[in-house]
Design a binder for this molecule. Structure first.
Ligand SMILES: [Zn+2]
Length: 179
């Protein structure tokens, strides 16, 4: 487990995305986790989409109570429950997971030679807002307020590079069709 990171930094900003080319684990208290993930954490309406570990079709991670999440597949009937207070988030750039169960994300593609992925629709919205705002010459997006130094500092350089904008926006469109 080289490049293992124990991240205890305080996160006071509204939007934080992690796209790091290192293996990373985050162990956060409830307040930190809330501020970090409220924008992209799974909800009933906007679940984290995963690859079903049994049948490899599209499955969901949803909250079923304040402290429990469920992975469920409508195709094969697979279900699994996981208490939220018993997990860390793990990502690897090429193989990101849902953060609760460790299953592969469904919304994943290759963009500009890199792994490009999202947890759910809100995550795609955030990314599109950021990239789109850049196209509008860095006009701050009122809905998402992407002009957030923490968010920007955590996005990989290739995602912020102007020469990659068109391909990134095409990839976001592609991933939206997979939802
Ligand atoms: Zn399944």
């Amino acid at each position: 487990m080289k490049n293992f990171v124990h991240d205890k930094r305080k996160v006071s900003t509204k939007v934080v995305l992690v796209h790091r080319p290192v293996f990373e684990a985050l162990f956060l208290n409830n307040d930190e986790r809330e501020s970090r993930w409220s924008r992209t954490s799974p909800t009933i309406e906007d679940p984290t989409l995963i690859v079903c570990p049994r049948c490899t079709k599209k499955a969901k991670v949803i909250p079923i109570s304040d402290h429990t999440y469920r992975a469920a597949c409508a195709y094969c009937g697979f279900t699994e429950e996981h208490p939220e207070n018993n997990h860390g988030f793990y990502w690897q750039d090429d193989n990101p997971t849902d953060g609760y169960f460790g299953y592969d994300l469904w919304l994943k593609t290759t963009c500009c030679g890199y792994s490009f992925w999202a947890f759910n629709v809100r995550h795609l919205d955030l990314l599109e807002s950021y990239i789109g705002a850049k196209l509008r010459e860095r006009t701050k997006d009122e809905k998402w307020g992407w002009q957030n130094s923490s968010l920007i500092s955590r996005l990989p350089k290739w995602l912020k590079s102007t020469k990659n904008r068109d391909e990134i926006l095409r990839s976001i469109k592609y991933l939206r069709k997979m939802v």
